[in-house]
Design a protein around this ligand. Structure first.
Ligand code: B12
Ligand code: SF4
Length: 440
């Protein structure tokens, strides 16, 4: 019997690393267990969240034949260092990686790991394990051209202790509701310029029956009454899909939150509320229409206002995500943003800082967005759009970790802010958001 050990990185860049559950690792382990049925391969998920990145190896005491990593770009350096240490500690173990960073940099990552998986990983995972058992592990796999998760089991949660699965603070407006993260769909058909939606895949949803089975499992095993949905788009954009989906959720009487595109019709929002929706996060990004066009957000400021109003009318808390430092911001962007917030009165404002994540159009072609390519810092581990990661939410942000690039003074969209001005805008807006109590 060999052990396939799925490693969850520390998430050192989060001030609440346990907030969401590591569904990818749970999902991949579930696939292995369903396929091998406990024969030949046993699975394990090692949760390193919240631990000191320099000491992760100390928390891996037992050898495993296979260590498997799912890597987003900010994790790369940490995982790289861990692999180096584990190679010495457990010679002979193989290190296998997949995930966003591997998809974007297959060659770079192939130099670090014994094996890398690009594209959808389900089929590749089974194949590589079978190859390993035969002593024929290949250096890379890319077997699923299409995204295939609906043919595989939903993530089983028993790999982690109960307290790491169920939380009572995932739905901000309903503290105490026992909740867990879910992901019923994958993919987003849009191509926003700042987003590392590198696979540009259409949204693929599990069937409503599969979603129901997962909710039943969570209710029966964990007493869950709340869901924190991690889908890029938590309410399907096509009404013929959204109605049966929401009707299914309604049956289970769960409370939930998620991220939504702007433009969901009022009657669908009403149904969403009846189906338990308490909070929606809207990717607004900028209150400047010019900026929205440059980053191809494909929404209008008026649509955002209407969506906020409709959410409020249906008693759904509405949280807006704004990105400071986007290309083409007008000189008065700070005042415009304040005016927008005063006018629309969202329940919470998440103020992010533009981050050039590998895989996003803006990172691939910074010059097209007026960024001076020579100024772009490629320290993946410093990339974090969430900003308030090392300090509590009332504290001053760590300016050095923000804005790892500079615009050309005169770019394709006219005069641009300097890095210092972007930082000042951020601080100004953040103070405003905090003073209104909109950051909690
Ligand atoms: C849900 C989600 C999250 C969740 C859960 C993540 C988790 N580990 O479960 C939360 C909210 C925690 C999260 C956090 C972050 N996320 Co996120 N997240 C997503 C989202 C929307 C879906 C990812 C997902 O869970 N899919 C389900 C899994 C099963 O599918 P998958 O990721 O596509 O993986 C498949 C293959 O890649 C492969 N595979 C993946 N890993 C492995 C490992 C092995 C061993 C094998 C064999 C195969 C394999 O098999 C999978 C099945 O086909 C994506 C958007 C997207 N387009 O992918 C962003 C995305 C992956 N996130 C992103 C980022 C930036 C982050 C953060 C760094 C943000 C931050 N600064 O805090 C952190 C990183 C946390 C982490 N290390 O996981 C970026 C990555 C960009 C980049 N260059 O790295 C994405 C692409 C969003 C975006 N459009 O910009 N995220
Ligand atoms: S920002 Fe949201 S809507 Fe735009 S591509 Fe990314 S996930 Fe899709």
């Amino acid at each position: 019997m060999i052990t396939a050990n799925f490693i969850v990185p520390s998430l050192f860049y989060w001030n609440q690393p346990f907030k969401q559950q590591p569904l990818t690792q749970l999902y991949l382990a579930s696939i292995v267990d369903e396929h091998f049925q406990g024969r030949q391969i046993q699975t394990k998920v090692t949760d390193l969240r919240g631990l000191n990145p320099a000491e992760l190896h100390l928390h891996i005491a037992e050898p495993s034949e296979l260590f498997l990593y799912s890597i987003a770009s900010p994790d790369f350096r940490e995982v790289f260092a861990l692999v180096e240490i584990l190679r010495k500690k457990f010679p002979g173990a193989k290190h296998i990686a997949g995930g966003a960073h591997v998809n974007i940099f297959p060659e770079e990552t192939a130099r670090v790991f014994d094996c890398v998986v690009s594209g959808s990983g389900e089929k590749s995972l089974i194949q590589l394990l079978e190859d390993f058992l035969r002593g024929d592990l290949k250096r890379s796999y890319e077997l699923d051209p299409d995204y295939a998760h609906t043919r595989y089991p939903f993530p089983r949660r028993h790999y982690l202790p109960r307290e790491k699965i169920v939380r009572d603070n995932l739905i901000k407006c309903a503290p105490g509701v026992l909740s867990t993260s879910t992901l019923f769909s994958h993919g987003c058909p849009f191509i926003c310029g700042f987003c590392a939606n590198y696979n540009r895949r259409k949204s693929v949803r599990r069937s409503n029956a599969e979603m129901a089975a997962e909710i039943e499992y969570l209710q029966a095993n964990y007493g869950v009454t709340g869901l924190a949905m991690l889908d890029e788009i938590c309410i399907p954009l096509i009404e013929a899909e959204s109605r049966p989906y929401l009707e299914t959720l309604k049956k289970y009487k769960v409370l939930w939150r998620g991220q939504s595109r702007v433009g969901i019709q009022p009657d669908v929002l009403k149904l969403a509320r009846e189906a338990g929706c308490l909070e929606l996060n809207l990717g607004v990004e900028s209150v400047s229409e010019k900026v929205m066009e440059i980053v191809k957000k494909r929404i209008k400021v008026e649509d955002v206002k209407a969506m906020i109003k409709n959410c409020k009318a249906n008693d759904i808390k509405v949280y807006i995500n704004l990105v400071n430092g986007l290309p083409g911001e007008p000189k008065n962007i700070v005042q415009m943003t304040k005016d927008f917030i005063e006018e629309t009165q969202p329940d919470l404002v998440n103020l992010f800082s533009l981050c050039l994540y590998p895989g996003s159009p803006i990172a691939e072609h910074p010059e097209r967005y007026g960024i001076d390519p020579t100024t772009v810092q490629k320290d993946y581990h410093r990339m974090n759009h969430l900003v308030r990661r090392f300090k509590d939410s009332q504290a001053q942000d760590d300016a050095e970790e923000m804005v790892l690039f500079s615009y050309q003074a005169e770019g394709p969209f006219g005069p641009a802010f300097s890095r210092e001005e972007i930082l000042a805008n951020y601080e100004n807006l953040q103070e405003f958001v905090i003073s209104r109590g909109l950051n909690k």
